[in-house]
Design a protein around this ligand. Structure first.
Ligand code: HEC
Length: 133
């Protein structure tokens, strides 16, 4: 972690402000991810609306299943770059590149508030640690 901080310290980065402990954390669906998606996403992606591209994020199973596109569309390019190894889809769906089809920070759409860099790291760590319930 010290090495990462020194490396990032050279260029100003939104990641500089993120608590280093979050990069080692193991977030869970119940304690961390569900409240985050409830706040930013579930108003549209509630599984009961047509204005959501058919994506449901209100249950563990659904959010676990779409975790890579979710994290890609809710995160900034620099957070995506930092976690590129966990954002690669199985080859039958992707081309081996991280986030093949989802634009960074495209969700929530429009002028809605985006996840903070720290919240983006929490979402990435959830995926990296196997999306525990
Ligand atoms: C204001 C409503 C709204 C909110 C809030 C919202 N979305 Fe969406 N989302 C949509 C709509 C509408 C679509 C389908 C049209 C599109 O892709 O732009 C969509 C599409 C998506 C897709 C693409 C699905 C696909 O198969 O291509 C993903 C992934 C996604 N949203 C994730 C999220 C995440 C994660 C959040 C929270 C951080 C979020 N969305 C918040 C309205 C919303």
């Amino acid at each position: 972690m010290v090495v990462l901080l020194v490396a990032w310290g050279c260029a100003s980065s939104a990641l500089d402000a993120v608590d280093p402990a979050l990069f080692d954390a193991t977030p869970t669906w119940t304690a961390d991810i569900r409240p985050l998606l409830d706040r930013y996403c579930v108003s549209c992606h509630d599984g009961d609306s047509t204005f959501d591209g058919g994506l449901e994020l209100a249950t563990y199973e659904a959010a676990r299943g779409t975790r890579i596109p979710d994290a890609c569309s809710a995160s900034s390019p620099e957070v995506i770059a930092a976690f590129a190894d966990v954002l690669v889809l199985p080859t039958e769906y992707g081309d081996g590149q991280p986030c093949p089809s989802w634009a960074p920070l495209s969700m929530p759409p429009g002028a809605g508030a985006h996840l903070s860099p720290a919240e983006q790291v929490v979402l990435m760590r959830w995926i990296e640690t196997g999306a525990p319930r």
